[in-house]
Design a protein around this ligand. Structure first.
Ligand code: COA
Length: 628
């Protein structure tokens, strides 16, 4: 039985097939998605003086008096009438008049494509599902078949441009990122990478790539008539892959864990061979990559954290880091021990579209019925061979040594705070996100007695092609709260007021950031506009206070999902934490990462202190309202 949406898609394929005989690729017919996009506003350029005033306010808790005074003078000079600030503001306004989004190309380049750091840990987040009840290769293959089927089901809505429009605070959001996550791949380049997207190619890909014991395969997932393979058929095909692997091969995928410059060099060497090039092309064009992972037998004590780490970096050359192609936008990971998750290359999209895709996978897998199927008509999955020259062999060895030194330096705690969740915080007429951010501030203060420069992602998707700005959660008000709340003689009513002021200030910043009135991307814009116009880099950017403000001790993000999914990513700096959270109605899922360079930055200690901060803040609210 074909589902209604599959029937629509087959019909659409048919029409597109006819169209494609008449139309060139560039005259592709826009669908529903594009009419929604047209209705979205353009990202504004904030007022110059507004940004400068806010900038001074946000750095105040982070710098000493002398630095602050120095910065005040620099900011005044930048903002004076007919000064560099006004010149650059004009360039930005002109750019915003000419482009669909004045920021998005720049952001893509600056945040991702120009970065030379490895995408592993530094950039690509992982997501882990709650543990499933399967074990061994058979269970792994059965679960993986369901995951493939679920993504193909989601893809029907992508292909039909029929995904429901997401909203934030009642406002419709740009859906462009949803349409970029499948069939796309980052390509390493000298100085700058690229992203190739194949979903709108003349002949969109019909296959996924599968990697098992470092061996890559091309698996066609549609029948000739365009219907997807059933779960049973996928299972048979995956089993064929597993059965065909008899030898260990050099872990060519591990090259993609290198820093981008070394990977770009290795890549040139790799694709210099025609057969390798064909294999690489197949992986890049595939709808997504499925990594059938080994399980780490030592991992059971803190299974969720260990599995999230395995998704993040693969556990080194002896485990699964070679069982990856880290440039692939979506890599689904299924191990032999109940683990399902993903690692995604961040350049094309933020977390929420990925969480939506995974929510679909989770729900779909829950509801799958047993299906029949046979391998009779199915072509065998195609092995993707690699010829490993002595030069490549050396590079693979180097990449293995690099990741083996690096992966152990990151610690991760994925924890469930079960005392309360969004419902309680809302009942206190408070924003759950702001409450959590202030708890992070309190935790950091209690552990380090310093104010942390803090990054929280703010969605700019209310605007066409919007990505993110920064919510600077550390404020004068949060400083006031965290530095005073533990004073022995402070009355509950005063604690309550300090807490509410801190939460209100954060909420106000959120409101400004998501409506395009943040400061970080504007300041970045000044730097890039100056470079474009051949003008000197503004002093405001070269100043020590700016460097302090950009040294994000807390790199944080909320990624909500319906299922119990938890995204995780690395810290932005060595003396810092990466914190991603998923607030549910009655609990809060949190993933906290640290590097081991500073012993007093420890993810486990932070998680324990954070839970205490949550409870202390709850108690302040409860006893505060009891007094009223
Ligand atoms: N009283 C009662 N309820 C309140 C409230 C208050 N004062 N303030 C907020 N709420 C409610 C909201 O209505 C919302 O209700 P819902 O669960 O029914 O939808 C809920 O609490 C959550 O609101 P809040 O916690 O304030 O968060 P938010 O949904 O507004 O999100 C951000 C805030 C910053 C996370 C969001 O704006 C954003 O930018 N998200 C994108 C982040 C991103 O891209 N991350 C990925 C990076 S890879």
């Amino acid at each position: 039985m074909l589902s209604a949406k599959l029937k629509i898609q087959l019909l659409r394929n048919c029409i597109l097939g006819l169209q494609s005989q008449l139309l060139s690729k560039s005259s592709y017919m826009p669908g529903r998605f594009y009419s929604h996009q047209e209705s979205l506003p353009h990202l504004p350029v904030p007022q110059l003086q507004q940004t400068l005033k806010k900038y001074l306010k946000t750095i105040r808790p982070l710098v000493n008096d002398a630095d602050f005074q120095k910065t005040q003078i620099i900011v005044e000079e930048f903002g004076k009438s007919n000064g560099l600030g006004e010149q650059l503001q004009k360039v930005l306004v002109e750019r915003s008049n000419e482009k669909e989004n004045w920021l998005s190309d720049w952001w893509l380049e600056q945040a991702y494509l120009l970065s030379r750091a490895s995408v592993v840990i530094y950039c690509s987040p992982s997501v882990s599902f709650p543990r499933y009840n399967f074990q061994g290769t058979l269970g792994q293959v059965q679960q993986a078949a369901k995951v493939i089927s679920a993504i193909l089901d989601y893809k029907i809505d992508i292909d039909n441009e029929a995904l429901p429009v997401e909203k934030l605070g009642g406002k419709p959001l740009c859906m462009d990122q949803y349409y970029r996550v499948l069939s796309s791949c980052r390509i390493p380049g000298t100085e700058k990478d690229d992203i190739n997207s194949f979903s709108r190619a003349f002949k969109p890909p019909q296959h996924i790539s599968v990697v098992y014991r470092n061996n890559f395969f091309e698996l066609v997932v549609y029948h000739a008539d365009g219907t997807p393979l059933s779960v049973k058929e996928l299972e048979i095909q995956l089993q064929r892959i597993v059965d065909s692997v008899t030898t260990e091969v050099p872990p060519v995928g591990i090259l993609s864990s290198l820093d981008r410059d070394r990977w770009a060099k290795a890549y040139r060497s790799l694709v210099g061979d025609a057969s390798n090039q064909a294999s690489v092309k197949s992986i890049q064009q595939s709808i997504f990559t499925l990594c059938l992972d080994r399980s780490d037998s030592s991992s059971n004590k803190n299974w969720r954290s260990d599995f999230a780490l395995n998704c993040l970096h693969g556990g080194g050359s002896q485990l699964n880091t070679g069982n990856r192609w880290f440039d692939k936008t979506i890599q689904m990971v299924v191990d032999e021990n109940g683990g399902v998750g993903l690692v995604y290359e961040h350049a094309p999209a933020e977390g929420p579209p990925i969480a939506a895709l995974l929510d679909h996978v989770y729900k779909f897998c829950e509801n799958i019925q047993n299906e029949s199927g046979s391998a009779m008509d199915l072509p065998s999955p195609k092995a993707l061979p690699f010829n490993i020259s002595p030069d490549l062999s050396t590079r693979i060895q180097e990449a293995s040594e690099t990741i083996d030194d690096f992966y152990k330096t990151i610690k991760l705690e994925v924890v469930d705070f079960k005392e309360f969740g969004k419902d309680f915080i809302k009942s206190q007429k408070m924003s759950p996100d702001s409450f959590i951010q202030i708890a992070l501030q309190l935790t950091y203060w209690r552990l380090h007695k310093k104010q942390p420069a803090t990054y929280e992602s703010a969605s700019l998707r209310q605007f066409r092609l919007g990505r993110t700005d920064t919510i600077r959660s550390c404020s004068n008000e949060s400083q006031n709260f965290v530095e005073n709340v533990d004073l022995p003689n402070l009355q509950v009513a005063e604690k309550n007021k300090l807490l509410k002021d801190a939460v209100t200030a954060h909420r106000q910043y959120v409101g400004e950031a998501v409506t395009g009135q943040g400061i970080d991307r504007h300041l970045l814009g000044f730097r890039l506009a100056a470079a474009d116009a051949g003008l000197p880099a503004p002093d405001i950017i070269k100043d020590d206070s700016y460097k302090r403000a950009m040294h994000f001790n807390l790199s944080t993000s909320q990624v909500p999902s319906k299922a119990d999914l938890c995204m995780a990513f690395g810290p932005a700096v060595l003396d810092g934490y990466g914190v991603c959270y998923n607030p549910k109605d009655s609990k809060i899922l949190v993933a906290i990462s640290t590097f081991d360079s500073y012993p007093d930055y420890d993810s486990k200690t932070f998680s324990e202190e954070l839970f205490k901060a949550f409870c202390d803040m709850r108690d302040i609210l409860i006893s505060g309202s009891a007094k009223l």
